[in-house]
Design a protein around this ligand. Sequence first.
Ligand code: OOB
Length: 537
Amino acid sequence: MREGCVPWPAPLAQEYRARGYWTDERLGTWPAPLPDAATRTAVVAPDRTLTYAELDRAADRLAAGLHARGIAPGDRVVVQLPNISAFVTLSLALFRLGALPVYALPAHRGAEIVHLVETSGAVAYAIPDEAAGFDHRTLAAEVLERTAGTGTLAHVLVAGDPGPYTALADVDADPVPLPAPDPLEPALFLLSGGTTGRPKLIPRTHADYAYQLRQTARLCGVGPDSGYLCALPAAHNFALACPGVLGTLRVGGTVVLAPSPSPEDCFPLLARTGASVTSLVPPLVPLWLEITKSTSCDISSLRLLQVGGSRLGPEAAQQVAPVLGCTLQQVYGMAEGLLNYTRLDDPEEVVVHTQGRPLSPGDELRVVDEDGVEVRPGGTGELLTRGPYTLRGYYRAPAHNRARFTADGFFRTGDLVRLTASGNLAVVGRINDVVNRGGEKVPAEEVEEHLLADPRIRAAAVIGLPDAYMGEQTCACVVPQHPDAPPTLEEVRAALTARGVAAYKLPDRLETGLAELPLTGVGKVDKKALAARYTAP
Ligand code: OOB
């Protein structure tokens, strides 16, 4: 496996092959040629609609164009594209070329992108000209300047008006034969929600991700007649591959890219395209339920609503089938691999109250206590897992890997779960230091680092507090340098923004009344005490 990646041990790899989990399938290719490729719709995007024949041609020409510009198999490309057609064409082109997309979220800013470019050694950075009122070309200029020392970043590729950079539309050449990538090598990098420091890179191989696509499409009944409405950012594992964009294309279905997950954007698209499946994070569900009651759009084509990313309350879960007229599926997953699903024919009790069970018979799960001992049946503990599509190590992170994996290769998810009598998982909490803001993961330590760079702040701890809408909100507890003149929430948010921190990581709330941070017996910041102090009784 490529440098910086941790391979599966040979006996397990052989077993995954023997059991048919891993095959020679490469991402970006179709298992069988489509007889009606010239007329079958592959992608409906805000900017254009593509048939399968058009998509194939665009991806092949783009792959050849990238190759001609010196982007080689094995090279990394930071892809920060919103839900537009270039997201799909560029992803397929990179897979076919054997170059590796590093999927950034559209909300990421300088702090995150610089880190991704440096850690991955990316040679190219792909952006839209503008998205959500933000000019990504100015961000590219900042990233180029801040990474000039490392010197790997040679190309900025722009969907739309390129300004001083290269238009993706100009990266075009007659298709050339390209060597097929090794299916057991990484095909892409996803980002971890992060626990310590900056986001970690998760290598996903052709074989493991292709298996995820096959198996999730089967489980969700997604086939050539399905339409997947991609409402969440396509770069997130949930929307990309559960089965999502890639899993739907793989079986010849239609992918509909929505500019946002709001009912205002999504309902007319459902009515127009007849899409049958979509996925949402929990805070969007009450909004969808509400607007459904008054909309004039016909959304009756929707057959399956997948919800995951954070905890879905049973009250909202119960209403999905009667109000939206479709099946609810809870999905508890992670970019690192393991996916759990409620099944389409599960009883209501299971669908409403649990987060499902593993996707694959090859998934191994352990629920353990603080000493690593398995809890009794029905007990609560940390979920550890390994399996045919769960990473064995983060990219170039040996020290972190020693902490996050057991000696026998189980990944410590950091999630507290309970295995119910029905054999399903219920997620009850988390031991990792991440605020889950309605599915968006805010790594506490990363934000603390940025807060401490502010001269007005002497000490800082970031905690999650209960929030009716988001599940959790981010609270920054800071000890001001000058207690008589503490910074305001607006000032702190502005300072973090100036440091290039993505908007979703900015604190929702600021507490400045502490003279010191409370410490535990071993001298760590006592976040439980802070949470108790600032949670309304
Ligand atoms: C998904 O992936 P990530 O990598 O952004 O976040 C993973 C973490 C999990 O470890 C867990 O803490 C939380 O998000 N989570 C849930 C959940 N789904 C994810 N917590 C409670 N209930 C759920 N249903 O978030 C993700 C990836 C693929 C599919 C779905 C979600």
